[in-house]
Structures are given as structure tokens and as C-alpha cells.
Design a protein around this ligand. Structure first.
Ligand SMILES: NC(=O)c1ccc[n+]([C@@H]2O[C@H](COP(=O)([O-])OP(=O)(O)OC[C@H]3O[C@@H](n4cnc5c(N)ncnc54)[C@H](O)[C@@H]3O)[C@@H](O)[C@H]2O)c1
Length: 333
């Protein structure tokens, strides 16, 4: 199959490189608003560069991978739906609820699937924990503790385009907690802080956040995120139940050096980036997309799920600004 890829920045370049290794992908056509950047990546990987987005479709692609800046996602998804091709789009779908809803409503009446890039759904540790929970090995959950910590902040220019820490980073945790538990969040209480560089506050954002989530079965979860985790890129989850518990992301590269004298495994180089931490999950995720394009698999991450995760992010953003708990029902209204 031939795939288009729109947006050749940080994750676009990484996904294009991965797609080159996925069986069944015979051709890749890349495009970017910055045509020189698209050309540069195409030359590096030995793939085709399109002069513009419409040229990419004119090339006859079987599916499209959207890795452009978040603010462009909704428009690019609508354009891909016009062409009727299966779509993979990075999270989040849009910076706001109306933009996301417009895609959800359109996708519901379109034969072309829209898969959203929540790669943790393809990570072995999250899958093993979900399986253990479904098999009853954890009993009923009382507490979930999730964290997403970047080692260093992204470029300052990225912050105003990101949607803020809850929509940009914690949204991965909101999605995986729903996916893992099969339950819905009913209310949140969130706080944010800025102890790093001033461009976060200047961009009306925070560099660190913490949220307390209540699920509809009374499971409680904490979700934290920061842009300043010097120890490394740290994405982990603790799932604690009445019968047992699981720890996701506590492997030999977890950037959490022990303070205890006894440790039964050797700690090695900590993960520095999301590309290192989730390399295998990204490969599995994009391979799954090619199965969707080929019509051999159902969409593993529909856009309607991304809307639910966004509602939680919206509620957290509202809570950290007002200092009060927020019900998800109030955000939906
Ligand atoms: N799933 C993950 O783990 C993960 C990780 C990083 C980024 N992301 C998401 O990927 C997206 C891109 O992030 P990034 O870090 O690669 O950003 P980036 O700034 O490095 O790259 C964005 C690219 O999009 C291009 N672009 C902007 N508007 C465009 C348009 N209308 N048409 C075509 N190209 C356009 C820019 O020129 C740039 O090359 C964001 O939505 C981000 O949230 C997801």
C-alpha cells in the first residue's frame, strides 16, 4: 500500500521512519506546510515529497498519517475524509471541544475510519495490566497512579500551539485510564504550577500539574505531569486493587533511581524521550493502522474515544483555573 504522511516535524519524521519498516507499506508520500522540510525528510528516507496536500492525494494514497501541529489536525482530517481514505491522526484531535465534535460527528457518518494516536494502547505493560484486571487478578481497583514526565521542555514556540499540559500530555493518561478500566470519569480536581522558565506562564500554561479523578465506580486516580523531570522521560502507572497490583513502566530503564540499598535488577540508561520509551508501541500502533487500511482490522482507537479524553482534559483545565472540582457532565453541557 501507499501511505501519505502530513507534517514532517518531530513525530512526523519518526513515524515516517517507522512506516518504512512496516510490512506491506510499499510507498510513502510526505507533505508539510514547510515544503523544504518535507523535501529534506523525503531525501533522507528515500521517499516521495508532495508539493502540497492536494498533490499528496493526487498521488493516489491508500491512507494518510497526520502528524502536523495540533491546530491543523481537524482541517486535515476533514480534507482526508473528503478523499475517503482511512486516517491516522496524532492526538489531540483539536485544541477545543467544538473542533473535536465536528470531526467526531463527520467521522460517524463516514466509511473511512479515523484512528487517533494514543500509542499506550499498544504498549505491552498496559496491555498486560488490562488483561490481569479483566481476568480478576487485581480484584476491584481502589487506586490508580499515573504520571507523564518529560525530561526537558519542548521548544518555547510549541507551548502556545500545544493546548496546554492537560490536553497535550495528560490526555494520554486520561485515555489509557478509560481504556484500562472500561469506566468513565465523573469528576476531577486539578492544580497547576510554574517553577520553570517563564514561557509557560506567558503562554497561559503550567509546567507541572496534578489531578485527582473519580470514576463512576468510585475508583480514584491521580494523574501528574511535568516538563522538567531531570531523571528522564518517565511514564508509569500503578494499578492497585483489592486482590493485587501491577506497575507499568518499572523496567530497567525507568528514570526513578531507587533509594533502597537492595535492588534485584541492574538499573541502566534511563529513557530520555517518548520515542525511546514507546518505540515498540509506536511500531505496533502504525502496523495496526496498516491493518485498518487493508480492511483486515477494526479501528483500535476511534475518534469518539479521543473526545472523551478531551472532556477530562477540559475539566482539569477548568479546575486548575478556578480552584474548584469540576464534574465531567458540566463540561459536556
Ligand atoms: N503520540 C505521541 O506520543 C506524540 C508525541 C509528540 C507529538 N505528538 C503530536 O504530534 C503532533 C506534532 O507534534 P510535533 O512535536 O511533531 O510538532 P512539530 O512542531 O515538530 O511538527 C509539526 C509539523 O507540522 C507542520 N504543519 C503545521 N501546520 C501544517 C499544515 N496545516 N499542513 C501541513 N503541515 C503543517 C509544521 O510545519 C511542522 O513541520 C502534535 O499534535 C502533538 O501533540 C504526539
Amino acid at each position: 500500500m501507499k501511505l501519505g504522511l502530513i507534517g514532517t516535524g518531530r513525530i512526523g519524521a519518526f513515524h515516517a521512519e517507522t512506516l518504512k519498516t512496516v510490512p506491506g507499506v510499499q510507498g510513502i508520500v510526505v507533505a508539510d506546510a514547510d515544503t523544504a522540510r518535507a523535501r529534506q525528510l523525503a531525501d533522507k528516507l528515500g521517499v516521495t515529497a508532495a508539493a502540497g496536500i492536494e498533490d499528496l492525494y493526487a498521488d493516489g494514497v491508500d491512507g494518510v498519517v497526520i502528524t502536523a501541529a495540533t491546530s491543523a489536525h481537524a482541517t486535515l482530517i476533514h480534507q482526508a475524509l473528503d478523499h475517503g481514505v482511512p486516517i491516522f491522526c496524532e492526538k489531540p484531535v483539536a485544541l477545543d471541544v467544538p473542533g473535536t465534535l465536528s470531526v467526531v460527528e463527520r467521522a460517524a457518518h463516514s466509511p473511512a475510519p479515523v484512528q487517533i494516536g494514543f500509542q499506550r494502547r499498544f504498549d505491552a505493560g498496559y496491555n498486560a495490566t488490562r488483561d490481569a484486571l479483566r481476568a480478576g487478578e487485581l480484584g476491584w481497583l481502589h487506586t490508580l497512579r499515573a504520571c507523564t514526565s518529560d525530561q526537558t521542555p519542548p521548544p518555547a514556540a510549541y507551548i502556545p500551539t500545544s493546548g496546554g499540559l492537560f490536553r497535550d500530555c495528560s490526555i494520554h493518561d486520561f485515555d489509557i485510564l478509560r481504556w484500562l478500566t472500561g469506566r468513565e470519569v465523573v469528576s476531577v480536581f486539578a492544580q497547576g504550577a510554574n517553577r520553570g522558565e517563564p514561557f509557560f506562564a506567558d503562554g497561559d500554561d503550567v509546567d507541572t500539574c496534578a489531578a485527582l479523578l473519580r470514576f463512576d465506580d468510585d475508583t480514584l486516580a491521580t494523574v501528574t505531569a511535568t516538563r522538567y523531570n531531570g531523571a528522564g522521560h518517565d511514564v508509569r502507572l500503578e494499578a492497585c486493587g483489592s486482590k493485587g497490583a501491577r506497575f507499568v513502566g518499572l523496567d530497567d530503564r525507568a528514570p526513578m533511581p531507587t533509594a533502597e540499598a537492595r535492588l534485584s535488577w541492574q538499573q541502566s540508561t534511563p529513557y530520555a524521550t517518548f520515542m525511546e520509551r514507546f518505540h515498540d508501541a509506536y511500531v505496533t500502533e502504525l502496523t495496526a493502522f496498516t491493518e485498518v487500511v487493508a480492511g483486515r482490522a477494526a479501528n483500535p482507537c476511534p475518534v469518539s474515544d479521543a473526545l472523551e479524553a478531551l472532556y477530562i482534559a477540559e475539566a482539569c483545565e477548568r479546575s486548575r483555573r478556578t480552584g474548584a472540582p469540576v464534574a465531567i457532565a458540566d463540561v459536556r453541557a
